[in-house]
Design a protein around this ligand. Structure first.
Ligand SMILES: Nc1ncnc2c1ncn2[C@@H]1O[C@H](COP(=O)(O)OP(=O)(O)OP(=O)(O)O)[C@@H](O)[C@H]1O
Ligand SMILES: O=P(O)(O)OC[C@@]1(O)O[C@H](CO)[C@@H](O)[C@@H]1O
Length: 305
């Protein structure tokens, strides 16, 4: 089973405007509300790939109810810890370019934190994978993800982590199954300037393997992604289509890789699915459907670099 953890879910309020003028009234041409948050996105793509998953985390208030109902309508298995405060709303603005306004998130009490940790540890079985993805609401200690790792390992389960900076570096020695920084996050991890070439990016990504990660992907938005192994690396991409919404492309990529790898695929096969899932989401209004993923998979190209 793959459990996703979304400590700070969101309603993604996706709004479209022809142009955006700061300091003026802007009339929107379209609005949509989607269940959001990185772990939830991972579970939604796993479900599209028919990989067993349960979405965990915190949900509260009318916003939490919206997300719960949206996931229930899609038959996505969930077990969120209820909280008293309202789950946040993030605004995703599509105008000439994409702008995201992400809220800090609700208060989570000590009792709610303990309830979540107990629920998670009671569920874990040998062979399970826990995907921890996204920001922490303000009251949770910065070490919250890292503090879950001993319980995950005691259950003989593995973890995947999608976070940034020191919080990511701090977990590498515990051997995450997969990490997938984007190229900007990778450079920031090592206080480097943007990498001038694929070779330089591969060299930096390989440091994550040396520090303990089992599998390393580096995503580069429209420029595709890298699969970096100890003795070789691959660059892959998909046939370009119109980009509609890149929100959740990274989560889709992580889900595709983790889902296929866990089901027994080779890292290279899993990488191809990951590329298809990431781009298929970028080419869709919402997260990618299975049909769209299969369509895009047929266009994936990968070469050793
Ligand atoms: N414009 C695009 N065209 C084609 N594929 C894309 C595009 N944007 C993203 N993708 C695919 O999705 C993958 C992940 O995207 P990206 O590198 O933007 O991740 P991210 O920064 O984690 O994204 P996010 O946080 O928005 O989910 C890319 O490696 C690529 O395969
Ligand atoms: O604020 P965080 O937790 O870092 O990111 C949250 C978020 O931007 O990530 C997803 C896309 O990756 C969206 O569904 C959601 O709104």
């Amino acid at each position: 089973m793959i459990y996703s953890i979304t400590l700070n879910p969101s309603i993604d309020y996706v709004v479209t405007s022809d142009q955006l003028f700061l300091g003026r009234v802007n009339r929107l041409t379209e609005t949509t509300k989607l269940p959001g948050g990185k772990g939830i996105n991972v579970s939604r793509i796993l479900q599209a790939l028919a990989v067993p998953t349960v979405a965990l985390g915190f949900l509260g208030g009318f916003t939490g109810d919206f997300i719960k109902n949206a996931l229930k309508a899609d038959d996505l298995p969930c077990d969120f810890t209820p909280i008293a405060a309202d789950t946040r709303i993030n605004v995703k603005l599509r105008a000439e370019s994409e702008t995201e306004l992400n809220a800090p998130g609700p208060r989570i009490t000590d009792d709610e934190q303990h309830t979540f940790i107990t629920a998670l540890t009671e569920r874990l079985q040998p062979g399970d994978v826990v995907v921890m993805a996204g920001s922490l609401p303000p009251d949770l200690p910065a070490s919250f993800y890292r503090d879950l790792i001993p319980a995950i390992h005691t259950a003989h389960a593995e973890f995947v982590i999608d976070t940034t900076g020191q919080a990511l570096l701090d977990t590498l020695a515990d051997h995450p199954l997969v990490v997938k920084p984007n190229h900007h996050e990778l450079a920031a991890l090592f206080n480097d300037a943007p990498y001038p070439s694929i070779e330089a990016t591969v060299q930096a990504g390989r440091k994550l393997l040396t520090l303990g990660a089992q599998h390393v992907l580096v995503s580069m938005a429209g420029k595709g992604a890298l699969l970096i192994e100890a003795d070789r690396a691959y660059h892959g991409n998909t046939k370009p289509q119109q980009v509609i919404n890149s929100v959740g492309a990274g989560d889709s990529m992580l889900a595709g890789f983790t889902g296929r790898l866990t089901a027994g695929a080779t890292p290279l096969e899993a990488f191809k699915t990951a590329l298809a899932c990431g781009s298929a989401t970028a080419y869709s209004q919402d997260l990618a459907t299975r049909e769209k993923i299969d369509d895009v998979l047929a266009t994936v190209t990968v070469k050793e670099v």
